[in-house]
Design a protein around this ligand. Structure first.
Ligand SMILES: Cc1cc2nc3c(=O)[nH]c(=O)nc-3n(C[C@H](O)[C@H](O)[C@H](O)COP(=O)(O)O)c2cc1C
Length: 356
């Protein structure tokens, strides 16, 4: 990273968090991106859902909600980028302030509430980049005022099915009332069946994988139900996890009691425990994306060994800057070499043996 760019990052941290985010997107759209020229170590490549991921480090949903900068983010070295959450119609989200930096805790709390420009705007941007290299997924949600959740997700799948490299059904944001109730088994079975049908209608020749993104705040019963539903419906994958409504006692920031979803370092342990449990409950048959508190190569490696085939991050990017992606990849490759593991695929689930 060049010095001027590093200075820009420092200045961003002086701005209120949402202003800083908007400024980052504007700068990225203007092409202010140092090119990350280092090729990915071959050991980091992994094949999944018919795609070849050059490395397993993805950008989590919420940073590029409107698909404004997926190619800029890929240039930072991410192996894939998830756009969204996008809802059928544009919506403003919750009143500000609604995003808080918990710097002492290396965490964020957000209650944005799916502020986004809607499917048509996002679709137009994905149409414009069609054919470009780089894997881009679309994370789908429902409008706050909508009374028919399934219809909203079906609209998302129809709009994005032939454009996104994978689709995510987000039923785990804590900031849309009632959304997380869709994680109960009867709801999930109906939802996934409807979305599989919509996906086939949208992209019969080459349907993208359909993934479910789940919350970290689930009861034992809910966790078991989700695993059963995933296996029964042949779900292509799960993303574990979204932000948490829990507030660990170790939080020190004055913002710790703000309402919303907590992300970053305090989410690492609970989201990794849930990942390992889901790996076991689904008997390693459902590919998992591990997300929550990753800020180093060691963190990424721990998620992979707990059962993740791919990982994602967002919050650490705010504190560490985009140079983090390159550091994580270098460290991850070094850990694999140290442990005599030829490639990422061979490390998946090593710490969560299925016979246990
Ligand atoms: C500001 C912010 C906005 C987010 N928006 C979304 C979203 O729209 N959809 C979604 O599925 N997850 C969203 N997330 C959750 C992240 O994708 C991720 O699951 C979570 O932050 C944990 O990862 P992290 O600790 O690396 O940030 C958001 C997170 C943050 C911090």
């Amino acid at each position: 990273m060049n010095a001027l760019f590093e200075l820009g990052l420092l200045l961003l941290r002086l701005l209120p968090p949402e202003t800083a985010h908007r400024a980052s997107i504007t700068a990225l759209r203007a092409g202010i991106v140092p090119h990350e020229a280092e090729p990915d170590p071959p050991s980091l490549g992994i094949a999944l859902w018919g795609w070849q991921f050059p490395n397993p480090i993805g950008l989590a949903a919420g940073f590029d909600k409107n698909a404004e900068v997926p190619d800029a983010m890929l240039r930072f070295g991410f192996g894939f980028v998830e756009t969204g959450t996008v809802t059928p119609r544009p919506q403003p989200g919750n009143p500000r302030p609604r995003l808080f930096r918990l710097a002492e805790d290396r965490a964020l709390i957000n209650r944005l509430g799916f502020n986004n420009q809607g499917l048509d705007a996002v679709r137009a941007r994905l149409v414009a980049r069609r054919g470009r290299a780089g894997l881009v997924g679309a994370n789908l949600g429902k409008n706050k005022e909508s009374t028919d959740a399934i219809a909203d997700y079906v609209a998302g799948v129809k709009s994005m099915g032939a454009l996104a490299d994978y689709l995510v059904v987000n039923v785990s944001s804590p900031n849309t009332p009632g959304l997380r109730d869709l994680q109960r088994k009867p709801s999930l079975l109906g939802l996934i069946a409807a979305l599989r049908a919509a996906r086939t209608a949208a992209a019969a020749a080459d349907p993208p994988p359909l993934l479910l993104k789940i919350a970290p705040d689930l009861s034992e019963r809910e966790r078991a139900e989700i695993a059963e539903a995933a296996l029964e419906t042949g779900l292509d994958g799960m993303i574990i996890s979204n932000t948490t409504v829990a507030r660990p006692t170790e939080l020190r920031s004055p913002h710790a009691r703000q309402a919303g979803g907590l992300s970053g370092k305090p989410l690492f342990a609970p989201s990794t425990a849930l990942l390992a449990e889901m790996w076991r409950l689904t008997r390693g048959q459902v590919p998992l994306i591990g997300v929550g508190g990753i800020a180093s190569g060691a963190d990424a490696y721990a998620k992979i060994r707990a059962g993740a085939s791919l990982v994602q991050l967002y919050t650490a990017l705010i504190y560490e800057g985009p140079g983090l992606v390159l550091r994580i990849k270098r460290d991850l490759a070094a850990f694999l070499a140290r442990d005599g593991i030829a490639s990422i695929g061979d490390a998946v689930g090593l710490d969560a043996p299925l016979s246990a």
